[in-house]
Design a protein around this ligand. Structure first.
Ligand code: FAD
Length: 274
């Protein structure tokens, strides 16, 4: 371990967790979010921890180390296309060389582009401390804008991404321009069928509220239905979202955001023959 004036550079995960348990430190991965905040802190620099920079596939489960930067993940053959589509739209190549997926998650911005995909894919997060570890569904990790359940002695140490059924996706990021744009609205939809019946629907909306929004109770309306049955339910399905989505105002109006959300949701259904 190296001790610096402004923090610590551990060489192993065990060392990092020990420092985290004994000191008031801010985990620092790529620093692309932290640098903007520029508050004087004591940092726990994570960039030397190879344990957090691995991608490993175990059957249908992909384990993504939170310390992987976007360039690493974009070049990895096991990372699914839907996640790559979101990551290639994050910032510029220079920022993608520094910024990590773990930082994107722990920063807890509703505009975090990789988080949207992880929500729809039912990803889980492993949170570790010297006392042990816990695995939580990504939806339970966030408690608000910039707020998570991560304890002061914990680090995010694994992202568990179930790979099944991610090929059939619809993804759209709406920004001010094509490149280097923060999301104004982002949407991902997944729809799978088995034996002619819908076996999975996931529709997640980013950048419109304090966290990513997903309404499992509405998704359930289409489960087990044929495409024809789902088409008959479409007006009722869309009406539920029309009522439930209440975007907050940002750089663009809430009305604009809502309309874009509804257009994307309808187009997602359309693209699946519903
Ligand atoms: C110019 C620019 C453009 C950007 N464009 C986009 C964009 O288009 N889309 C987008 O989603 N983001 C964008 N970002 C935001 C940023 O690049 C990403 O959120 C990035 O993934 C953050 O990762 P990082 O490693 O730099 O995080 P850091 O800044 O190192 O950390 C962010 C937060 O996560 C915590 N943290 C990091 N790792 C861990 C861990 N393992 N355990 C516990 N806590 C941890 C830190 O303590 C901190 O609170 C942009 C940033 C810049 C500067």
């Amino acid at each position: 371990m190296v001790t610096l004036r402004n923090g610590y550079i551990p060489e192993t995960l065990a060392e990092a967790l020990k420092i985290r348990s004994e000191n008031q430190v801010v985990p620092y991965a790529g620093g692309t979010d932290l640098m903007i905040k520029a508050q004087p802190s004591s940092y726990l620099f994570l960039n030397k921890l190879s344990a957090l920079q691995k991608v490993e596939q175990d059957g249908d489960m992909l384990h993504i180390g939170p310390g992987c930067n976007y360039t690493m993940l974009l070049n990895h053959p096991a990372v699914p296309k839907v996640l790559k589509e979101a990551m290639i739209r994050i910032a510029s190549p220079a920022t993608r060389n520094r910024g990590t997926i773990g930082g994107n998650i722990c920063n807890a911005s509703p505009k975090a582009d990789s988080v949207l995909i992880l929500y729809a894919s039912d990803a889980e997060l492993k949170l570790s401390s010297i006392a042990g570890e816990r695995i939580v569904p990504i939806e339970e990790f966030f408690t608000g804008r910039g707020k998570t359940i991560l304890r002061e002695d914990e680090l995010l140490t694994d992202i568990r991404l179930p790979l099944k059924g991610l090929d059939d996706y619809y993804y759209y990021k709406v920004g001010a321009r094509r490149a280097m744009a923060i999301s104004r609205v982002a949407f991902v939809g997944l729809l799978n069928t088995e034996n002619g019946k819908i076996s999975r629907v996931a529709a997640a909306f980013g950048a419109i509220s304090d966290t990513v929004l997903r309404f499992r109770e509405f998704e359930a309306m289409l489960l087990g239905k044929t495409l024809a049955e789902a088409t008959a339910l479409k007006p009722a399905f869309l009406a539920k979202y029309q009522e439930a989505i209440v975007p907050i105002r940002g750089r663009v109006s809430a009305e604009y955001r809502k309309q874009v959300c509804m257009n994307l949701l309808a187009d997602f259904l359309n693209s699946n023959g519903i």
